[in-house]
Design a protein around this ligand. Structure first.
Ligand code: GLU
Length: 469
């Protein structure tokens, strides 16, 4: 069987982390089996769907590198097809017109609740052999209902959750078309999944309740067209925040594109999402391609996965360290630009990045940490008071004078600092720390001679003199 999977987001907001993981798993399953991955936009909720949200989904997929083989298909463009299938079902007797008015159904529901019964449509208009249906009222536009089987169970072997069985007596006759003729949600999903030949439906477990209805609908369609199959289902558990609560905005970024803005690399986000509820031995760091080779539905944990920002940061740091310097330089230049810092050709940004990338968890952190190379730093007053003490000023002044005439190499700079240290019987930090404060603004930096080499002689002397004079 040729594998065909789909990601079917509703464009009612941005592409969030949970959706992205569903997309990634569906993508990987198709890739692993040499199959086809389809993008379908479920935009029938016209009140809540927006073109901006569609764009956000497309942007998010592109940023993550989740390329689809077919689509995007839009449900709103398939209305004629849904109506056609509804007609086929009416003709086959697996769907029927229901003329019960809203008032009638409300009264029925109240009565059932008063009798402590589960509210359900009682089947007044459901055609049965030998049953005489009521006279059709003139003023009630009918809905169309699916003739759900009344006996037995509907069951499936969920590829994540195991066997799930629902008694058909729990399900009433689902409305598949509203009185205005528009098809309803579960129906559209079913027609699409069958038309698109979907073999595995991989989606969030908030859809478990829809599955028995969808399977019954698919089985009814398969009776009309024997080529229609019921796909396999894999329902992924939800993602919880760091604190074990349902992931939401208060946990920080939930939109995929927000991760881009916050300075995460797509490789890191993909790698992180892949491990969110799935594992391959002890493997933690792997590419999207490697994931697609390893991915299977047997190693998905049925319990909820917990988001862990520290782990994402650790992965992001790994990918920042491994990134192509040229690509990184381009990205960091843009981020500095957004911070209002223009990059001069000197100091070379690649050298600055190389000096700092090992300690950056995000690209934004990296941009911030090298910003002082390109704009005068804000001096940390506490650090200044602590390290630039009166007794060290003469040493720093002498050092500044010596720096004027040396070759501007890390070695020569180091030798000059070393000389200032030893000839005054000091310890290295006594000189290095005030230099850090004067040159970078704070007391933390990589090796100060390397910083100075990149910063350039003129700028080093200018910053030293600013503090010393
Ligand atoms: N449109 C649904 C959602 O965004 C997904 C439907 C499905 O995957 O079957 O939650």
């Amino acid at each position: 069987m040729i594998v065909r999977t789909r990601f079917a987001p509703s464009p009612t907001g941005f592409l969030h982390i949970g959706g992205a993981r569903t997309a990634l798993f569906s993508w990987a399953f198709a890739k692993k089996h040499g199959g086809t991955f389809i993008l379908r936009i479920e935009d029938t909720d016209v009140a809540r769907s927006t073109p901006e949200a569609v764009q956000a989904i497309l942007d998010g997929m592109q940023w993550l590198g989740l390329d689809y083989d077919e689509g995007p298909f839009y449900q709103m463009q398939r209305m004629d097809r849904y109506k056609q299938v509804i007609q086929t079902m009416l003709d086959a007797g697996s769907a029927y017109y229901c003329y019960s008015s809203k008032e009638e159904l409300d009264a029925l529901r109240e009565q059932q609740m008063a009798n402590k019964k589960k509210p359900r449509y009682e089947g007044k208009w459901r055609p049965e052999a030998g049953k005489v249906l009521p006279a059709v009222p003139k003023d009630v536009p009918p809905v169309i209902r699916f003739k759900n089987p009344q006996d037995g169970v509907v069951a499936w072997d969920d590829m994540v959750k195991g066997r799930i069985e629902i008694s058909n007596s729990e399900l009433d006759d689902l409305i598949i078309a509203r009185a205005d003729g528009t098809p309803t949600y579960n129906f559209c999903v079913v027609v699409d999944d069958s038309d698109m030949g979907i073999t595995q439906v991989i989606r969030g477990d908030d859809h478990v309740n829809n599955t028995p209805r969808q399977i019954n609908l698919l089985k009814a369609l398969a009776e009309i067209d024997s080529t229609i199959i019921v796909p396999q289902y894999a329902h992924l558990s939800m993602i919880l925040g760091n604190d074990g609560q349902k992931l939401s905005k208060r946990h920080g970024a939930v939109s995929v594109m927000q991760y881009d803005e916050d300075g995460y690399l797509p490789e890191a986000v993909i790698n992180y999402l892949a491990r969110l509820g799935w594992s391959h031995g002890d493997e933690e760091v792997f590419s999207k391609q490697q994931f697609a080779e390893w991915f299977d539905l047997d190693h998905i944990t049925p319990s909820a996965a917990q988001f862990n920002t520290e782990k994402l940061n650790w992965l992001n740091n790994h990918y920042i360290k491994a990134a192509n310097l040229e690509v990184l330089a381009k990205d960091i230049t843009q981020r500095l630009g957004r911070m209002g810092i223009a990059i001069a050709t000197q100091p070379a940004i690649k050298e600055a990045i190389a000096l700092y990338r090992d300690r950056a968890n995000t690209l934004n952190e990296l941009a911030q940490s090298i910003a002082y190379f390109y704009s005068k730093p804000q001096i940390d007053e506490v650090a200044k008071e602590k390290h630039i003490t009166a007794d060290i000023l003469p040493v720093l002044n002498t050092l500044a004078t010596q720096l004027v005439s040396i070759d501007w190499t890390v070695e020569a700079i180091h030798a000059a600092i070393e000389y200032a240290v030893t000839s005054n019987a000091l310890k290295f930090p006594k000189v290095a720390m005030p230099l850090r404060v004067m040159l970078t603004g704070g007391a933390q930096s990589p090796s100060i001679d390397a910083v100075m080499a990149i910063l350039g002689k003129d700028e080093v002397l200018a910053r030293m003199n600013m503090t010393l004079n």
